[in-house]
Ligand binder design. Structure first.
Ligand code: C5P
Length: 279
């Protein structure tokens, strides 16, 4: 990436954005992939890609779509993005998108289509941190609920000090080499990225292969991946860095309340209200 400490993030070279949209949307209960659900006349994917384009007009964009999809792929292509078939889990979808990045990519943002209203300022904060030398950066917000731990039986284990907690959002930003390395270590991605640029409509590269250097075959993470599960304790991209490259700190920037993830029907009500308030 060209480092312009004071320049707009839109001038950055070598930046790619992975927008994961291959989820089924079961919890939303709309009977269609979540990214196709409309909010004020536009699908979630259109909102998400609109923000990415606004914040980072020069970035390459790769969208993960469900197997057999045609509609989300058409939306992606119509907005200048490539579409790849996602995997069984979010992490596996991200890995498939990484395998389809343009060869010139040096830095990657990974963003949930389900966080379709993330303000451009959040993208800019993440890119600015990468420009300043961060190798892994996530947007976070303070936790507003009181949080209580529970034991394995579901019994209360006491209140957790929420001042020491942060809720993690996307887009999460990474140096490409680091993100690929930790995906390989987890068994999500085999070998180095291909040098061929992502093509419009390209489909995914098939199941992830065995891991990178130093990780023995039969490793628990690899068994999980082979069974279509995520490695235990891995809930986002940054947690892969913490697990497999702990020498690299994960830096934090401010997220935004409007960057909430649309998961349940009530989140759609909130999204419609946010869109109305912006009009
Ligand atoms: O299910 P959840 O909302 O937590 O998923 C977060 C994001 O990951 C969504 O945008 C969803 O479309 C995406 N995803 C994916 N591939 C999967 C599962 C989820 O791209 N297998």
């Amino acid at each position: 990436m060209t480092l312009h400490e004071t320049a707009s993030p839109s001038t950055v070279d070598g930046l790619a954005v992975v927008v994961v949209a291959a989820g089924s949307g079961t919890r939303l209960g709309y009977g269609m992939p979540k990214a196709l659900v409309p909010v004020a006349g536009r699908t979630l994917l259109e909102w998400a890609l609109g923000t990415v384009r606004e914040a980072l007009p020069a970035a390459s964009v790769v969208v993960t779509v469900p197997a057999g999809d045609t509609e989300l792929s058409a939306v992606a292509r119509g907005m200048g993005a490539a579409a790849v078939t996602g995997g069984a889990t979010r992490a596996q979808s991200v890995a498939r998108a990484l395998a389809a990045l343009p060869g010139r990519t040096t830095h990657v943002l990974v963003h949930d289509a389900a966080r379709c209203l993330t303000p451009p300022a959040v993208f800019e904060r993440v890119v600015t941190a990468l420009s300043a030398g961060s190798r892994a950066v996530v947007p976070v917000t303070e936790v507003t609920d009181t949080v209580r731990g529970v034991d394995s039986e579901g019994r209360s284990a006491g209140t957790v000090d929420r001042s020491a907690l942060r809720a993690v959002q996307t887009p999460q930003g990474f140096e490409r080499e680091l993100l690929e390395r930790v995906n390989a270590a987890a068994g999500l991605l085999s070998g180095p990225a291909p040098s061929n640029p992502a093509k419009e409509g390209v489909q995914g590269p098939g199941p992830a292969g065995p891991a990178g250097p130093g990780v023995p075959r039969g490793h628990a993470a690899h068994r999980a991946v082979a069974q279509g599960r995520d490695p235990e304790g891995i809930t986002d991209d940054a947690s892969l860095v913490e697990r497999y490259a702990p020498e690299h700190p994960v830096d934090l920037v401010a997220g935004h309340a409007e960057s909430f993830k649309i998961t349940r029907p009530v989140d759609l009500l909130l999204a419609r209200a946010v869109v109305e308030s912006r009009a």
